[in-house]
Write a new protein. Structure first.
Length: 190
């Protein structure tokens, strides 16, 4: 019995590590866009929750956040503890909540299709619910005067992209999760 549990633990750790690594890649795969480049991090946090579940999805995003805060240059602007002063750091914290929300709503196989879509959309809203207030507060502390302009140009214009990609992640997860669970069952049987 211990052998099976250790195999499952190893699989859990590997799955979390894969999504932490995907988040790093998502930070550096960018599409140039005025004001701020587009990244794929929000959709990766949604996928982490949908495919790994609430607990492991949130852990994978927390590992990414922690790695950046201890100085590993995994964030788009590097890393280090002072990254908490950047207005965009709120979204990094939001990724943890985003993955958790997606996992709670739809992070297991056999649920109806609509649960994956609702989970994906709720996850994006959760990320923005943390990222927007944090960004405005941090910008205010840094002396930014046009906070309303920052809200639109630095936050809200990206929401449609994140919503569309996350809905696509919901569709993908609904189709892929049964295959992932099949692989997990094989590990348990060995």
């Amino acid at each position: 019995m211990k052998k099976v549990n250790s195999k499952l633990l190893a699989v859990d750790i590997a799955e979390c590590a894969v999504f932490a690594a995907l988040m790093v890649a998502g930070a550096f795969i960018t599409i140039p866009f005025p004001l701020m480049p587009l990244t794929f991090q929000t959709v990766i946090s949604v996928l982490a929750g949908l495919l790994l579940g609430a607990r492991k999805g949130a852990v994978s995003m927390a590992v990414y956040c922690f790695a950046g805060l201890i100085g590993i240059p995994v964030f788009t602007g590097g890393g280090g503890i002072f990254y908490v002063l950047k207005p965009s750091f709120g979204y990094i914290l939001g990724f943890i909540l985003s993955a958790f929300v997606a996992g709670v709503i739809a992070g297991r196989k056999g649920l109806p299709f609509w649960r994956y879509i609702v989970g994906a959309v709720a996850a994006v809203i959760a990320d923005y619910a943390v990222g927007v207030p944090y960004g405005i507060f941090a910008a205010h502390l840094l002396g930014v005067e046009d906070l309303a302009g920052l809200l639109v140009t630095g936050n809200l214009i990206y929401m449609p992209k994140d919503l569309v990609l996350s809905v696509l992640a919901g569709v993908l997860s609904w189709r892929v999760l049964p295959l992932i669970d099949k692989g997990r069952r094989k590990v348990r049987q060995k």
